[in-house]
Design a protein around this ligand. Structure first.
Ligand SMILES: Nc1ncnc2c1ncn2[C@@H]1O[C@H](COP(=O)(O)OP(=O)(O)O)[C@@H](O)[C@H]1O
Ligand SMILES: [Mg+2]
Length: 259
């Protein structure tokens, strides 16, 4: 299992609970969608999965990554194995050149010289940005920035990618390219998104979060075509799935809603 999350609850220092009793597993190699309205807790959940929030750290951690609780002594390893793509690329890119940005992670892992250059070149090739090494990340399009961020994660050879609304500000071409990249990558992926057409295309299974609770999980096409379920949680059936008749009726996914 890539992740085993058991009764994860969390509240930010100033307020209301952001996650309540969230329990699920993600198999190694699975591509899974995380959907729900704004404020549902999607980003907060992703941050727990690579130990960015202290609640998820310690031997009693509610989050296990590849069988291990996230602890202080394996936090570095977890962060390497589980790459998080932030929603806003500008939060992730901070170097004057694309090379330096992509090289940052592997450098931290002790890579240097020709080996480092090869790692960076390979990662840039994977995202179709070969030759962008000397460009400034801040003068790239949104789609290109996003791909530089992904290259930076791939350069660390992660076993998992957590993607927080990866298509939110992309134009149709950027979105198409990103989808095809994610499809090609063999690593485990959790994709938080409002882009339900992309989720339907890429993910076999989805988790639905609302107000910090996991309210449904199951096969993507079944849940996304369940109009009452989607409407109840501030979502809507993507075109092409709405009214398809899948899973409507007594076996509706809504009946499997938890809690
Ligand atoms: N840094 C923060 N401090 C306090 N509350 C936060 C912070 N980040 C998010 N929240 C709150 O936690 C809840 C979940 O937010 P978030 O995980 O960002 O949801 P989503 O990604 O699904 O939109 C929301 O009520 C949000 O207002
Ligand atoms: Mg979010």
């Amino acid at each position: 299992m890539a992740f085993e999350v058991n009764e994860l609850s969390f509240a930010y220092a100033n307020g209301a609970p952001a996650l309540g009793g969230v329990t699920f597993t993600v198999a190694d190699g699975e591509r899974i969608g995380l959907i729900g309205p704004n404020g549902a807790g999607k980003s907060t959940l992703l941050m727990h999965l690579n130990g960015l929030l202290p609640e998820s750290i310690g031997s009693q951690s509610p989050v296990r990554v590849f069988g291990e609780a996230i602890r202080r002594d394996n936090l570095g390893l977890v962060r390497r194995e589980v790459g998080l793509l932030f929603q806003n690329p500008d939060d992730q890119l901070f170097c004057p050149t694309v090379f330096e940005d992509v090289a940052f992670g592997p450098e931290q892992q002790g890579e240097s010289g020709a080996a480092l250059e090869t790692i960076v070149a390979t990662a840039l090739e994977q995202v179709d940005l070969a030759g962008f090494e000397n460009r400034s990340p801040h003068h790239l399009s949104h789609g290109e920035k996003r791909r530089v961020c992904i290259a930076g994660l791939l350069a660390c050879s992660p076993r998992v990618l957590l993607l927080d609304e990866p298509t939110s500000d992309l134009d149709p071409r950027g979105r198409r390219e990103l989808k095809s990249l994610l499809k090609q990558l063999g690593v485990t992926q959790i994709i938080a998104s409002h882009d339900l057409e992309m989720i339907a295309e890429l993910c076999g299974r989805v988790l639905v979060l609302d107000q910090g609770r996991l309210v449904a999980e199951g096969p993507t096409h079944e849940l996304l075509s369940d109009e009452p379920l989607m409407l109840a949680h501030g979502l809507e059936c993507p075109h092409g799935l709405a009214g398809s008749g899948i899973a409507v009726g007594p076996t509706s996914a809504a009946d499997r809603v938890k809690r």
